[in-house]
Design a protein around this ligand. Structure first.
Ligand code: 4NP
Length: 167
């Protein structure tokens, strides 16, 4: 169990990882948005955020330029480089948040079974939102905007999770 100790200054950041398929659209946007919200709330040092993809075809790449541009219009900097999700990452993160149900199943397959710390992004949203963050890769600009809308709605709920701040 985590305690409140790290709030007193101990170096025990709560580790959050977002996972999608390619790690160039949805999960890097989630990472960039959550990092901005963390900065706005003066929570740096208490949380560590990164992202990965269940597929390896974009490893080392910056996010898709369409997502970089859509995020920049809202003031978010996306600067992560794509990496592939590995089994070890499950135990090295406190929570792993999948963008859609396919990502979720892939995470469990890679991890070798059910893991209590794997969630869906929509677990942090009310039922007016879809279960899956739609993959914008093969669509138009509106798809990227919709992903950002969804992530901006979920961010404060993720940061509001009592265990994330050690409460
Ligand atoms: P992401 O989007 O999973 O949100 O990063 C995709 C990126 C690339 C591909 C599919 C989805 N692709 O097929 O290359």
């Amino acid at each position: 169990m985590r305690s409140k100790a790290h709030l007193a200054g101990q170096p025990a950041p709560y580790r959050i990882m977002f996972v999608c398929l390619g790690n160039i659209c949805r999960s890097p946007a989630a990472e960039g948005i959550l990092k901005a919200m963390i900065q706005q709330r003066d929570l740096e040092g208490k949380l560590a955020v990164d992202s990965a993809g269940t597929a390896s075809y974009h490893i080392g790449k910056l996010p898709d330029s369409r997502m970089i541009e859509a995020a920049a219009r809202r003031g978010y900097l996306l600067a992560s480089k794509a990496k592939a999700f590995t089994k070890a990452m499950i135990s090295e993160r406190d929570i792993v948040i999948a963008m859609d149900r396919e990502n979720y199943s892939e995470i469990l397959r890679i991890a070798g079974g059910q893991q209590g710390n794997v969630k869906l992004l929509s677990d942090f949203l009310d039922a007016s939102w879809p279960r899956d963050v739609p993959d914008p890769y093969y669509g138009g600009e509106a798809g990227f905007e919709y992903v950002l809308d969804m992530l901006e709605a979920a961010g404060p709920k993720i940061l509001g999770e009592p265990k994330i701040l050690g409460e």
